[in-house]
Design a binder for this molecule. Structure first.
Ligand SMILES: Cc1cc2nc3c(=O)[nH]c(=O)nc-3n(C[C@H](O)[C@H](O)[C@H](O)COP(=O)(O)OP(=O)(O)OC[C@H]3O[C@@H](n4cnc5c(N)ncnc54)[C@H](O)[C@@H]3O)c2cc1C
Length: 509
């Protein structure tokens, strides 16, 4: 593609940058993405992902390829001080609300590769690997990124907007003067991935485990095929580097397996942090993914959060670049995502504190409390969605529990086969109603009438959602979050008028 001014330039081609490039490229925008490295990062990192992220992969057109590298998350059992079972989460049963298994395990490098290959197939996206972002300047019209090639040459790329997806030590975040706020978590952990052989698999638990022992809290996770993961806390006085050597790692794994049972795939020691960017936008520059937040991995949400960030930002950039929305829409990105990330990180820290309690008396009290809560006998609880709803931003002012939550994706029967709803309803703003609700003429909203021959549900997921929420119409944003709902034609009409005012292009950029 001829150079010039790109619509969006992205620093970092990790999962956040690759998904951002794929989404923006899929919208027909001119996109540049660079990464200082050529290869996908091959350290043990993301292991779990959820159905909301699968829905984004579906939008990219890679869901089926990604699914090949996933398996459903097994049940998780929590064990207390005396090795007793204190809590158990089971795998959710179908029908699934978003059209995918809600919780999946996967291997990050394989999935990143799938997304990268998809982005490489888009002719309107330029990818520069081995290219490091070193400087940035911006004015009222554009951002200029200074880049260093591996042979030492320097060049500049210009774009209307830039996104820093360049990871935890983001250069673009620093250049934009964005600081990180500390949410108060800092612990050293060893993370180990092994490929177990038959002998090893026979020895190992078939479910995932949180071992809440004060002397060394740890997590054991059952991954796809023979991939098994341990996250093991590092004790005071231990050297994280030494712990992460093959000898140090096997020593810590010896209570489960020996080198005869598995191959060490990769291991690394990390400091688990909880940090969030104070601002998510500085003029024409945005931060997303680990550049905007870092969280301990206890709920498997770091990468998911980064993908949520870019899914939130992409349609807003598209609308503004096409003159369909004003600059204020871009401010809603930081408002929505910072709140959401902060709320979810608080939940993650709570789990971290529950699992990682080092004080023996407090750990015993935790065990007693959890057992008391379930009447002395642990019952399996379905693993619930941990996602908070969006609390502020581009949402209806008419308060309702459904506002800011994710609208379901039912399976639809059409033409003799099952389709996920988004396949037929597309992306963009949608008005979804139950059959019988007559939608008034609407702006540029696509109307989806559940229950009509065109949108005949296979499992009743959407109908149940409307019944639970006590409404008959939902106005759904391009990122599938519910803007607002209505239970009668008059309220719906009012809601549509409010939305139309909110979406006025206003100040052009
Ligand atoms: C132990 C562990 C377990 C985890 N488990 C989970 C999990 O189960 N589920 C989950 O969702 N998440 C998990 N995560 C988090 C997840 O791995 C990260 O959140 C995710 O990789 C962040 O993606 P990113 O694209 O924002 O950043 P990164 O993956 O860090 O990518 C940043 C990219 O930017 C490039 N870059 C950096 N600086 C520059 C520069 N100056 N110029 C050009 N390129 C640059 C880098 O080379 C890199 O490719 C885990 C993390 C850890 C450490």
């Amino acid at each position: 593609m001829a150079q010039g001014v790109y619509d969006v330039a992205i620093a970092g081609f990790g999962p956040s940058g690759a998904v951002a490039a794929g989404l923006l490229g899929g919208m027909g925008l001119r996109v540049f993405v660079c990464d200082r490295s050529h290869e996908v990062y091959d350290k043990p990192r993301a292991f779990a992902l959820d159905h909301e992220i699968m829905r984004v992969f579906q939008q990219l057109g890679v869901a089926e390829q990604v699914l090949e590298f996933t398996e459903p998350f097994t049940p998780s059992e929590f064990y207390g001080v005396e090795g007793q079972l204190i809590k158990r989460f089971s795998t959710a049963e179908p029908p699934y609300p978003l059209g995918f298994t809600p919780s999946l395990v996967f291997s990050q490098p394989h999935v990143e590769q799938v997304v990268r290959e998809h982005v490489a197939s888009l002719s309107n996206v330029d990818i520069a690997l081995g290219t490091t972002l070193t400087g940035m300047a911006q004015d009222a019209d554009q951002v200029r990124l200074q880049l260093a090639e591996e042979d030492g040459t320097q060049r500049e790329v210009r774009a209307r907007y830039a996104i820093g997806c360049d990871g935890a030590s983001s250069t673009l975040r620093g250049l934009a003067g964005i600081a990180l706020e500390d949410l108060g978590f800092d612990q050293p952990w060893l993370v180990v991935d092994v490929l177990a052989n038959e002998q090893g698999l026979a020895k190992l638990p078939k479910v995932s485990m949180q071992i809440c022992e004060p002397q060394r809290p740890c997590t054991y996770l059952v991954g796809p095929n023979n991939h098994r993961r341990w996250e093991i806390s590092i004790n005071e006085g231990e050297d994280p580097k030494e712990v992460a050597t093959p000898e140090g790692t096997w020593k810590l794994l010896s209570r489960w397996i020996t080198p005869e049972d598995a191959v060490l795939w990769r291991q690394a020691s990390y400091r688990f942090h909880a940090l969030v960017a104070d601002r998510w936008r500085a003029g024409r520059v945005f931060v997303a993914g680990d550049a905007a937040h870092q969280q301990p991995p206890f709920l498997g949400q770091g990468m998911c959060q980064g993908i949520r960030d870019v899914a939130n930002l992409a349609w807003k950039l598209d609308a503004v670049l096409r003159g369909q929305a004003g600059n204020a829409l871009l401010d809603s990105y930081g408002t929505e995502r910072k709140d959401h990330v902060t709320a979810l990180t608080t939940r993650i820290k709570d789990i971290g504190q529950l699992v990682g309690q080092r004080d023996l008396d407090k750990a015993r009290a935790r065990d007693a409390r959890l057992l008391e809560e379930c009447g002395g006998t642990v019952k399996s609880q379905p693993r619930q969605s941990v996602q908070p709803a969006l609390a502020a931003g581009l949402l209806s002012p008419l308060a309702h529990a459904a506002v800011g939550s994710i609208f379901p994706q039912p399976w639809i029967l059409r033409g003799g086969r099952k389709h996920r709803m988004d396949e037929l309803a597309g992306r963009g703003w949608r008005l979804v109603t139950l059959d019988g609700t007559a939608p008034p003429a609407t702006q540029d909203l696509r109307t989806v009438r559940i229950g009509t021959p065109d949108f005949n549900e296979a499992e009743g997921v959407a109908a149940r959602w409307f019944a639970q929420q006590g409404c008959t119409a939902a106005i759904v944003r391009p990122d599938h979050y519910v803007w607002g709902v209505a239970q009668d034609a008059a309220t719906l009409q009012k809601q549509l008028e409010t939305l139309s005012q909110q979406r006025q292009p206003g100040d052009k950029t």
